[in-house]
Structure formats: structure tokens, C-alpha cells
Design a protein around this ligand. Structure first.
Ligand code: F6R
Length: 255
């Protein structure tokens, strides 16, 4: 596992965007795994900018989003499809048929099966972007997740509901379930890029300060993957006790 310590959050987002852009430039038919949430929102403007200014071509790129709230329609600004359109897809030259996000409406079981089938047909993912929850969740694989889980309907933990309430009018509006790729799907990606800033110190500490893999903190499953790069900012590195790592590496070249 490589760790890159960026100066600050915008620097971390830019490095992550550069890694994704390098992947797409090297392989214009890449299959990307994408994330949503505040961290991902910080990354996409740099990708849009590179598309506009450097004509990075997305016409043959395929994407799979990690998760989608169950019960929010595409018209709801908090649905992940709506967010992804606003942040990224409406601004780059991707083909709509190459965008895969589980449907948040209708029969959940059918949405799960459809997404699972698409992932099997077009996967594996070349580069999977991840954020991490304060409680260590990845996608919406909450504490006590299964290592080999596939796409499934997940009940959100109280911690996640409370945390994500900041994106809604109030906590009651946060959906209680979401469709998410499972840990098994995520670990099948060829490369993984995890980005974290702010208050993720418990999760990040568990990732770097010991070799424990524990289902209570799903991010620790990433220790089992051979090609993971973690980009964090300096403030988070200090909070997580990673002073020794504070030396900016330009490891994204390798991605
Ligand atoms: C969302 C997702 C989640 C977020 C995580 C961190 O698609 O996969 O695992 O990455 O909840 O969210 P932020 O970045 O808002 O702290």
C-alpha cells in the first residue's frame, strides 16, 4: 500500500484527479469505479477542467458508481445519479450507455441483480476511486461487512445516517438503505485509489498503524489488495499519527 501525503485537501483532490486522468490517458477504454460524497465532489472539477483544457477523451470510458441510495429518484438532487450528472457526466464526453449506477427506484432486488450483471459483463474495474466513512465504511459496506460480498441492498448504520444528514434538510430525510458494490466487488478492481481528508483519522490509523484486517472497520480489508494508493492531506496524516509519512511523494505517476 502506498500513501501520498498532500499539502491540503484541494491538493489531495488534484492528485487523485491526476491519477484518474493518467489512467484514462494510458487506456482510453478504461473501466473506472467512481464514488460520491464530499471527497469525490472535490475531485471531479479537476477532471472536468482537464477535459475542457486538455481535451482528455472519455468517449470510450466506462464507469461504475459504488452505490446509490434506495428510494431517491433521479430527480432528487441527493441521489447519486443526479450528483454525478451535475459534478461530472454532464461536463465530459461520456456515452450515457457507458455509465452504470444502480437504480435507486423500483424493486431493490431487481436493481441489485441488474447492477451485478452489468459489473460481471463489463468488469473488472481498472481503477476504483474510494472515499471512506468516519466509521471505516467503503462504498456503503458498513461495519461488520463480509469480505466476499457482492452488490447488495445495505441498511445504513446510524453513524452514516447522522454523518450524511449534512447533505439533506434533516436526518429523517436520509434514506435508510442503499444499493452498494460489495467488498468482494471492490477488491476485484485492478487498482484502488482511496482519498481521505478531514475527520477520518480512526479509519486511516487502522489502515496504517497495524496489520489488522477487521470486519468492524471495512477499510482494513484493503490491506488484502496488492495495488492500493491512499491519498490523504497533511492535517489528517498528523491526526492519524502518520508524522513519518509527511513527505510528499509523487507516486501517482505509477498509477
Ligand atoms: C459514496 C461512498 C461513501 C463515501 C464516504 C465518505 O459513494 O462510497 O463510502 O465515500 O461516505 O464520504 P465523504 O467524502 O462525504 O466524507
Amino acid at each position: 500500500m502506498r500513501v501520498v501525503v498532500a499539502q491540503d485537501a484541494p491538493d489531495a483532490y488534484k492528485l487523485a484527479a491526476d491519477a484518474i486522468l493518467t489512467q484514462v490517458t494510458k487506456n482510453p477504454s478504461s473501466c473506472l469505479g467512481l464514488a460520491t460524497g464530499g471527497t469525490a465532489e472535490g475531485i471531479y472539477p479537476y477532471i472536468v477542467q482537464a477535459h475542457r483544457e486538455k481535451s482528455v477523451d472519455f468517449s470510450n470510458v466506462r464507469t461504475f458508481n459504488l452505490d446509490e441510495y434506495h428510494g431517491l429518484s433521479q430527480g432528487n438532487p441527493q441521489s447519486y445519479i443526479n450528483s454525478m450528472n451535475r459534478w461530472l457526466f454532464d461536463h465530459i464526453n461520456m456515452k450515457r450507455e457507458n455509465i452504470h449506477i444502480a437504480s435507486g427506484v423500483g424493486n431493490a432486488e431487481e436493481s441489485v441483480e441488474k447492477f451485478k450483471k452489468e459489473l460481471k459483463e463489463f468488469g473488472p474495474i481498472d481503477l476504483q476511486l474510494l472515499g471512506v466513512g468516519k466509521n471505516g465504511h467503503i462504498g456503503f459496506n458498513e461495519p461488520n461487512s463480509f469480505l466476499n460480498a457482492e452488490v447488495h441492498l445495505q441498511t445504513l448504520s446510524n453513524d452514516t445516517i447522522k454523518n450524511n444528514a449534512r447533505f439533506f434538510k434533516n436526518e429523517q430525510e436520509v434514506p435508510r438503505t442503499a444499493i452498494t458494490m460489495g467488498m468482494g466487488d471492490i477488491l476485484k478492481a485492478r487498482k484502488i485509489l482511496l482519498v481521505a481528508t478531514e475527520n477520518k483519522q480512526n479509519a486511516i490509523r487502522m489502515l496504517f498503524t497495524n496489520d489488522h484486517v477487521c470486519p468492524e472497520i471495512p477499510v482494513t480489508f484493503l490491506k488484502l489488495h496488492p495495488d492500493v494508493t491512499v491519498i490523504i492531506d497533511k492535517a489528517l496524516a498528523i491526526k492519524a499519527g502518520l508524522q513519518n509519512e509527511i513527505e510528499k511523494n509523487i507516486l501517482c505517476e505509477e498509477l
